[in-house]
Design a protein around this ligand. Structure first.
Ligand code: SAH
Length: 292
């Protein structure tokens, strides 16, 4: 079975959903935000004209509060540039057409359901006119294949999605053959791939690390006081939960649903044990490219 037919982050908004277990990714998006702003500002420097309709794609958008946060962030940045140019006249902003891309099994319906309130928020923040200036749609499919016509996108964003590989087949028979199709390249490897492929010029490549339990203190639990042991347990569970939200669909296909609770409970304890010995970090790469 191809991973692309199976993979999806846990859907809905329940306890085990990606929507509820994506605060680590949210932190990473917020750390990368200044780079996003810089890159877009540089791309539209020297009064480079905006198209009448600016087309934006988010590759691997998933379905969580992060999805629309990124969209509104990009809109915000463009609008700020365009306001500066035209002395606060918001109607000089381009129209926005946003393509949310993910694999077909992604919970696109959850995103669609949240669109009316998102448009409402935009209107409140930016005035009536703006509400009719933003058009969000979905583009299901794999970003390893062709998603859009040539030269049709102006800004393409992707966060925490490119570590999923396209080619690996999930073997059905045994644990030994189980293959989790993830790969985490280093800076040099990424740079080489970009150079060899040749379509893009590399503008920025910054790396930073985040602890595995980054994002653990959320608004919901920040007022609770844990003792040390509770704290460790909660952190282990936090990590295990976000791994579950991302990996469960692939693991279920291989090992069946019944062992999932037990598996992730054990993982939480393993995480606690190993975090006591070592400081575990995710390495994040923030990359900005322009098409040649
Ligand atoms: N960008 C979001 C989601 C990250 S989770 C955030 O930062 O919160 C990674 C997402 O990438 C998942 O929803 C997964 O389904 C998607 N993904 C993985 N491989 C993909 C591919 N080949 N094509 C499109 N989406 C893919």
């Amino acid at each position: 079975m191809e991973v692309e037919q199976v993979l999806h982050m846990n859907s809905g908004v329940g306890q085990a959903s990606y929507a509820n277990n994506s605060s680590l990714q949210r932190m990473v998006i917020s750390i990368a935000r200044p780079t996003l702003k810089e890159s877009i500002t540089e791309a539209y420097c020297n009064n480079k004209v905006f198209p009448e309709c600016l087309r934006i794609a988010d590759l691997g958008c998933s379905s969580s509060p992060n999805t629309l946060t990124v969209v509104s962030e990009i809109i915000h940045i463009i609008e700020a540039i365009s306001c500066q140019r035209s002395n606060q006249q918001i109607d000089k902003s381009p129209a926005f057409q946003v393509f949310l891309n993910d694999l077909p099994m992604n919970d696109f319906n959850a995103i669609f359901r949240s669109l009316p309130s998102f448009y409402e928020r935009l209107k409140k923040e930016k005035g009536d006119k703006f509400g009719t200036n933003c058009f969000i749609t979905a583009m299901p499919g794999s970003f390893y294949g062709r998603l859009f016509p040539n030269n049709s996108m102006h800004i393409v964003h992707s966060s925490y999605s490119l570590h999923w590989l396209s080619q690996n087949i999930i073997e059905a028979e045994s644990l030994d053959k189980f293959n989790m199709p993830l790969y985490f390249p280093n800076e040099k490897e990424v740079e080489n791939v970009i150079q060899e492929e040749g379509s893009f010029s590399l503008q920025k490549l910054n790396a930073f690390e985040t602890a595995w339990d980054t994002g653990f203190i959320t608004i919901e639990n920040s007022d609770k006081k844990y003792n040390d042991d509770d704290d460790k347990l909660e952190r282990g569970k936090y990590i295990s939960d976000y791994m579950r939200a991302g990996l469960e669909s692939v693991l279920v296909k291989q090992f069946g649903e019944t062992v999932m609770d037990e598996l992730f409970q054990r993982l939480a304890y393993k995480v606690i044990e190993s975090m006591a010995k070592e400081k575990w970090q995710h390495k994040n790469l923030v990359i900005s490219l322009t098409k040649k």
